[in-house]
Design a protein around this ligand. Structure first.
Ligand code: NAD
Length: 378
């Protein structure tokens, strides 16, 4: 059956992969709602998406309840995939306010707009209201830090977020579960590990390393670089989200991961090795890309290890990632080499200009991307 998906944050890194997956590989319709912060980029949505009769875009803030109510009324979605968020840990340390506003208050406002929509739908069309789903997309960072010998995070692991980003996502997860328990809203939550892949904003670890290496700039690694993360290719995450939204059990939480626990320093070394193979001609003065690795002062409160147990998703819904870290990282490095126009337009800020020609349902001022000076998580 062809459904209408409302995707919040569909111009971001993971949201745009979800939109490409839905339009490219399914018959579903997509309504993309995005405020286009510095992280939102409509150039991550190719013509096969934007030219499709099954695709619509609304420029709006999830925290604007009236705008969201209007969009919901017009779009009449069967499924909401809620990805819109402030997502960058370092920015949350420098300025937590936007994280509280969007990730917590914005999610609350969205939940209230969605609750009204769903209740009205139940009065009008009980069977459509029955199949309605609100799927909240969250992170493994809500679980906090793991010691090297600890088992990976299961869905039952207690929340212990370390950064303002992680705490804001943990709060949003609790709100979503409370709206399920208190109001009966048909919700699902997924908590995913670090994503990587094409169209990743250049402030995050892997694209930052690729682009700095290509420019002959230092590759800044926090502390000793021994922090361990689990890595998932973004298109695997997008497929998992569509799968959970359509096959998952209402009220359940599913962890999503790639079974790829890797130390940050090894991620950076592997990026360097792939560049040696795929782009052997280096900038002047650089003998080996790995010579550019530079250790910088560690991030405050930096978690040592995250690891995800995605067994429930495999056992109950039959989902497994298609890519290994090696295959996904090779595709990622190759994509950045083949698509310089995408990242150069971020580096010179011209990508934000695209928003000006849009029919807007909300409005906000463009923000410039901040300068980067550290090596960051996904
Ligand atoms: P991103 O920063 O690349 O994209 C976020 C998108 O949300 C942007 O397009 C932005 O314009 C939009 N947005 C921000 N505030 C908004 C608002 N108030 N109203 C409407 N739109 C708004 O983030 P991402 O990496 O694609 O992450 C998407 C979601 O997945 C987030 O909820 C994040 O917490 C979660 N997540 C990310 C990762 C990861 O590795 N990147 C891992 C697990 C979970």
């Amino acid at each position: 059956m062809s459904l209408t998906f409302l995707v919040t944050g569909g111009a971001g890194f993971i949201g745009s992969a979800v939109v490409r997956e839905l339009i490219g590989n399914t018959e579903h319709r997509v309504v993309n709602v995005d405020k286009l912060t510095y992280a939102g980029n409509l150039e991550s949505l190719p013509a096969f998406v934007t030219d499709s009769a099954r695709y619509r875009f609304h420029l709006a803030d999830i925290g604007d309840r009236e705008a969201m109510a209007r969009i919901l009324e017009e779009a009449q979605p069967d499924v909401i995939l809620h990805l819109a968020a402030e997502s960058h840990v370092d920015r949350s340390i420098d300025g937590p306010a936007a994280f509280i506003d969007t990730n917590i208050v914005g999610t609350y406002q969205l939940l209230e707009a969605v609750r009204s929509y769903w209740q009205a739908l139940a009065e009008r069309d009980a069977s459509r209201a029955q199949r309605f789903r609100f799927h909240h997309i969250s992170t493994d960072e809500v679980y906090g830090d793991l010691a090297p010998e600890d088992p990976p995070f299961a869905e039952t692991h207690a929340y212990a977020p370390s950064s303002p980003y992680a705490a804001s996502k943990a709060s949003a997860d609790h709100l979503v579960r409370a709206w399920r328990r208190t109001y009966g809203l048909p919700t699902l939550v997924t908590n995913c590990s670090n994503n990587y892949g094409p169209y990743h904003f250049p402030e995050k670890l892997i694209p930052l390393m690729i682009l700095n290496a290509l420019a002959g700039k230092p590759l800044p690694v926090y502390g000793d670089g021994l922090q361990v993360r689990d890595w998932l290719y973004v298109e695997d995450h997008a497929r998992a989200l569509v799968h959970v939204a359509t096959q998952g059990e209402v009220g359940e939480t599913y962890n999503i991961g790639g079974c790829n626990e890797i130390r940050n320093i090894d991620v950076v070394r592997t990026v360097c090795q792939l560049l040696e193979a795929l782009k052997p001609e280096k900038p002047a003065g650089v003998a080996r890309y790995a010579d550019l690795i530079t250790h910088v002062t560690d991030r405050p409160g930096h978690d040592t290890r995250y690891a995800i147990d995605a067994g429930k998703l495999e056992r109950e819904l039959g989902w497994r990632p298609r890519e290994t870290f090696e295959s996904g990282l090779r595709e990622t490095v190759a994509w950045y080499l083949e698509n310089p126009q995408w990242w150069q337009r971020i580096q010179d800020h011209s990508y934000q200009g695209e928003r000006l020609g849009l029919a807007a349902t909300g409005d906000d001022a463009p923000e410039a991307p901040a300068k980067n000076d550290g090596a960051n998580d996904a």
